[in-house]
Design a protein around this ligand. Sequence first.
Ligand code: GDP
Ligand code: ZN
Length: 293
Amino acid sequence: MVVALQANYLEVELEAPPVDVPPRLLCTRRTRLNHRGAAVHVGDRVRVEAIDCDHARAVVAEVEPRSSFLVRPPVANASCILVAVAVEQPAFDADQVSRFLLTAEKTGLQVLLVLTKCDLLDADALSKLRKRLQGWGYEPILVSTRSGMGLEELRAHLATVPISVLCGPSGVGKSSLLNGLLPGLALRVGAVSGRLQRGRHTTRHVELHAFSPGSRVADTPGFNRPELPDDVSNLEVLFPELRVQLDQHPCRFRDCLHRDEPGCGVTRDWERYPMYRKAVEQLLEISRPFRAG
Ligand code: GDP
Ligand code: ZN
């Protein structure tokens, strides 16, 4: 598996290296692969050949078909997106959190919400926030790298996922979390600085960090520009609390946008309904000139 890219080299970890072969190889790729334009990405499973054991070098000859591919950040074969947001410092911002969640849902992969810095809220406030997020259709994992809260629960979940992608606003404690989960990793932790309490922006390459031979986490500098879908009909699936309603009471018309259409089975009494409506209007606004033309 390709676990990191650096300039023209690929770092490849072998699945079951024979005793005399180093487990991690620095690889170039066959020119044939370059010519076909078949890019190789972190997370790809590849076949290597021409292994030079003394220098831990090899050549990537073949890329296996992918089960999924994220464009930004470029990660192949991920199956779970972890959205990390802080309960405080920076303060929980429902709109921002939702934008990250919608962007994560847009990938079609499993989405797991991780609430960080839980040491900064008391038990009552935490339980209120948890209930609120359950209303959004999520069962958040509450963690703190300070107190160690939730780290075992998160670790247990991650152990079941071959490749997860960690994203979230900067300064919420993603690096600290990875360091907490993977002792010995020692990623740089940024100070939350300035009036806005945003973390310092640090650019890193995408890299997969292993928990165990079978499970890895990509930490992703690139996943921080949330976006809406291109087509309004793809919006509803991004809201898990709406998906549940639609499963139970499908609307009369398949292209129902759950505004005031006849036979709409969707209620209005959920927290993010106004946000959903606003996004619908926004997307219709964007597509209108093209439709008219
Ligand atoms: P990133 O930008 O998301 O990678 O965030 P960092 O891991 O760099 O952390 C940003 C700041 O939050 C640092 O000052 C950390 O010390 C602090 N921090 C990280 N985790 C926790 C936590 O669990 N509790 C508290 N109170 N602070 C934390
Ligand atoms: Zn409807």
